[in-house]
Design a protein around this ligand. Structure first.
Ligand code: ATP
Ligand code: MG
Length: 441
């Protein structure tokens, strides 16, 4: 059952206002109970305690005022002395306004917070008219009491009626809350850092980058995840290495019998020449494939970079593709020279054009350059590769074609990457695949 708040589900509202990061959420989990707890403590302390305290303070001030007036009443002649003495005792500042009447003095102002308590106290303790003024000064409260021959003006320090520690108490509450928040944030950051690092490492590793083992840190579960990730990474790397070694081994071992086959074929005079040529072509094809596997397994090692005319190279590839029946448009500048390993780049582009030829009817080759980079685009009008599968298709041995080895794109990407460039699979506007190669110029 879902809670609904005016058309919005509570879950949606919560999700909208909840922090998105783990750190934010964890801090919220710590902070909300903390603030609630303090609010409850504050309510309990000030709600009940403070009331009682202010009543008592007001009661004691009222008692002292009453005491002073009683003393004056007892002996009006020594009023002056009595006032001096009680003022010194209670911290009041008292003046006698001879002949004044309460009604003629400025009216008392708006009631303050302990107003009722003080007036209640004065009412019970004094048996005469009085008024209380709260806003005369920031330091004291003014009390007027009607005496027989004038008005007694008593300034009671506010400190006597309020609890001065209120702000300090608040500061303490806020201070401790901030302190706890800081400590929690510090601790939680370490935990979250472990998870974050793991996420980043897993993502890079998924993209085929070598991230190396990550350092386990944080809570035991996070550490376990990091250790498990390290172990997995190791296993996957070993597995890949094994596969490559096997590929190299098989390719290498196939070469010798293939060479023998070619020799044997050459020494068989009775085969009709046309058929011999076909068989030779097959064997050549096989040798070429094997050399591709081998160079993939070994890595593109030996070729050196040299200034190369990319336009010429692309034209060559286009001519070769047309020979095998492709419809291919080549739009390149007259000359576009860059320093790179020409055979490797030719292999990369040939692989891409081969792919396009296999899936599409029309191919477009475009090359452009800026002062800092070189861009080659290979477009086709085929079905393209769904965005979700592009990353997979760039990995070695990933193929969706029957008979495909799945090395074409991987080799191309590898070659471009080794040149410090990037190979991207995109959608061609108008349908089909667009391969963009960016090379540093
Ligand atoms: N231009 C393209 N249009 C549609 N799909 C493509 C295109 N290029 C590649 N693909 C898809 O990507 C997959 C991987 O391509 P890749 O070149 O790596 O391997 P392959 O062509 O299957 O084998 P290989 O090139 O090693 O002979 C292909 O199997 C194909 O499904
Ligand atoms: Mg291919």
């Amino acid at each position: 059952m879902k809670l609904r708040l005016g058309g919005f589900s509570a879950e949606r509202v919560l999700r909208r206002f909840l922090p998105r990061s783990l750190l934010g959420r964890s801090l919220l989990i710590v902070l909300v109970p903390l603030v609630l707890l303090q609010a409850v403590a504050l309510q309990i302390f000030y709600g009940s305690h403070l009331d009682e305290l202010s009543r008592r303070l007001a009661g004691s001030v009222a008692g002292e005022v009453a005491f002073m007036i009683d003393e004056i009443d007892r002996d009006p002649d020594t009023r002056h002395l009595t006032i001096q003495e009680t003022d010194a005792h209670f911290g009041f500042k008292t003046a006698f306004l001879r002949g004044q009447l309460l009604q003629h003095l400025p009216p008392p102002d708006a009631p303050g917070p302990v107003d009722n308590d003080l007036e209640y106290g004065l009412n019970t303790d004094l048996n005469r008219p009085f008024t209380v003024g709260w806003n005369h000064s920031a330091d004291f409260i003014r009390v007027y009491v009607q005496m027989a021959d004038g008005v007694l003006r008593i300034d009671v320090p506010r400190k006597r009626l309020y609890i001065g520690t209120l702000y300090i108490f608040f500061l303490w509450l806020i201070g401790t809350a901030l302190l706890l928040f800081g400590i929690a944030a510090l601790f939680l950051r370490t935990q979250v850092r472990g998870i974050k690092r793991l996420a980043v490492a897993a993502e890079s590793f998924g993209m085929g980058r070598d991230v190396g083992p990550i350092r386990p840190e944080g809570a035991i579960e996070v550490r376990r995840a990091a250790t498990a990730f390290n172990r997995m990474q190791d296993r996957v790397r070993r597995f890949l290495a094994q596969r490559t070694t096997m590929l190299a081994g098989v390719s290498h071992d196939l070469r010798t019998p293939l060479t023998r086959l070619r020799l044997a074929l050459a020494m068989l005079p009775e085969i009709p020449p046309g058929e011999a040529a076909d068989m030779n072509t097959d064997i050549e094809e096989m040798e070429k494939l094997i050399s591709v596997y081998l160079s993939f397994a070994r890595g593109e090692g030996s070729e050196q970079a040299a200034p190369t005319d990319i336009s010429l190279l692309l034209d060559d590839v286009a001519v070769a593709a047309r020979r095998s029946g492709a419809v291919i448009d080549c739009d390149v500048p007259d000359s576009l020279v860059a320093t790179l390993r020409p055979e490797a780049i030719r292999r990369a582009i040939t692989n891409l054009v081969d792919n396009a030829r296999r899936h599409a009817r029309h191919i477009w080759l475009v090359a452009t350059s800026t002062s800092r980079s070189l861009r080659i685009i290979i477009d086709d009008d085929g079905p393209g590769i769904p965005a979700a599968r592009r990353e997979t298709m760039l990995r070695p041995f990933e193929s969706a074609d029957p008979g495909g080895t799945g090395l074409g794109l991987a080799i191309a990407k590898d070659i471009i990457g080794a040149h410090g460039g990037d190979l991207l699979l995109l959608d061609r506007p108008g349908g089909g695949l667009r391969v963009v190669i960016e090379l540093p110029g």
